[in-house]
Design a protein around this ligand. Structure first.
Ligand code: SF4
Ligand code: SF4
Length: 380
């Protein structure tokens, strides 16, 4: 989008902010930092002042704009529903065009565009997680043609803590008799991290490649365990095949009676990932999956669904300010502990990595599982 248009859309949105402050208690960054420039209201005021010429883009503005999680909690708590997340992401584009942004984002963009993933790994090793499943040959889940494509995502492909997610999802689909494939080295990053980095204009080649692969395989459905990939495909990719989050797809499998489940005697709480819930509107399918497992008791956190607190892993914050991201994770962990649940379940590899990683660092005994993992445990 050209920057003049970008500013016009943004200006129309920020001028709707009446500065009431109702959004403040919902913003995890404000709750940690306690300063006005870290509030949604503050970010909107900064943006308005820059557009009106009362303030210049600067390092201080950069700090405020790049310390947002993009979680959307502010909008859910705002009467006029100001889209601060969108404003912030557009501001990041403007800051990038001015050369004022965290330069670590250049490295991220380079990895994504040159290697096809966020970690600068050999993209051919994307299917390494298949080694977690005993007794299957290499590349077992990669096929030339299939009805369903399982798009794994960078974090679950390359971060050991999250690799159990694709292993569980693949086992569940295999057991249910789904005709599916994973893409291995042919899967490229969906481009989501570039949106958070203020560089969405660099996504085109990624979108073109991934869409071509789906067309070549002839799939009618693409399924995602990563809510950010799902969100990106839903909102930025051309329509074609049907795009489904893992839990929506699992509900279909359960409804068709394709999975036999044994009881698990466990009390769980469910963490709504921002990109799956608030940012894409999927709240009930994961809860339906949980309620389909006999013996699972679900206790909700005080803030759930639209009001959920981000885990701290959103908006590229972990890359820019890791300690701030960790402190947001502390808020989330406290909410989880208040439920008295044995296990916190989520539907996102980044949430799992952020919450489990922080709990481990702080030596907090917290069991964090993905919904696919819990379902795989319950399979007969
Ligand atoms: S963003 Fe919404 S809730 Fe926050 S100050 Fe503005 S109008 Fe009020
Ligand atoms: S999107 Fe999240 S982190 Fe950003 S201003 Fe809104 S509540 Fe705060």
């Amino acid at each position: 989008m050209n920057l003049v248009k970008l500013r016009k859309f943004t200006y129309e949105e920020v001028t709707r902010c009446n500065r009431c402050g109702f959004c403040l208690p919902s913003c995890p960054i404000y709750l940690v930092k306690g300063i006005e420039s870290a509030t949604p209201r503050g970010r909107n005021a900064i943006t308005r002042a820059v557009i009106e010429g009362r303030l210049q883009w600067s390092g201080e503005v950069e700090k405020s704009i790049f310390s947002c999680l993009g979680c959307g909690a502010c909008t859910a708590n705002c009467f006029p529903a100001i889209k601060t997340r969108d404003i912030v992401f557009r501001d990041r584009e403007c800051l990038v065009s001015e050369g004022i942004y965290p330069k670590i984002a250049d490295r991220l963009a380079q990895y994504i565009l040159e290697e096809g993933n966020i970690s600068n790994e050999n993209n051919e090793e994307r299917a390494e997680w298949q080694e977690l499943i005993k007794g299957i040959p290499e590349h077992y889940f990669e096929k030339e043609k299939a009805d369903v494509i399982y798009f794994v995502g960078c974090v679950a492909s390359f971060f050991p803590l999250a690799q159990k997610i694709p292993a569980s999802m693949a086992m569940v689909m295999e057991k249910a008799g789904v005709d599916f494939t994973v893409l291995g080295g042919q899967e490229w990053c969906c481009g989501y991290p570039l949106i958070g980095a203020g560089m969405p204009d660099k996504m085109d080649a990624l979108i073109k490649h991934n869409v071509e692969v789906v067309e070549r395989i002839g799939a009618t459905k693409v399924v995602f365990t990563c809510p950010s990939c799902y969100h990106t495909w839903k909102h930025f990719y051309p329509s074609g095949a049907e795009y489904l989050s893992a839990s929506e797809f699992l509900v279909e499998l359960l409804r068709e009676g394709n999975l036999e489940l044994k009881p698990l005697d466990v009390k769980v709480t469910y963490h709504d990932p921002c990109d799956l819930g608030r940012n894409t509107g999927v709240y009930e399918p994961p809860r339906k999956v949980l309620s389909s497992i006999p013996g699972v008791e679900l206790v909700e956190m005080e803030k759930n669904r639209q009001l959920t607190t981000c885990c701290g892993g959103g908006g590229n914050l972990e890359m820019v300010e890791p300690e701030l991201s960790g402190k947001v994770a502390d808020l989330k962990i406290a909410e989880i502990q208040a439920t008295g649940a044995d296990v916190v379940v989520s539907s996102c590899q980044q949430c799992l990595r952020t919450i489990a990683g922080r709990a481990r660092r702080r030596k907090i005994p917290l069991i964090v599982k993905d919904i696919t993992e819990l379902l795989a445990e319950a399979m007969v």
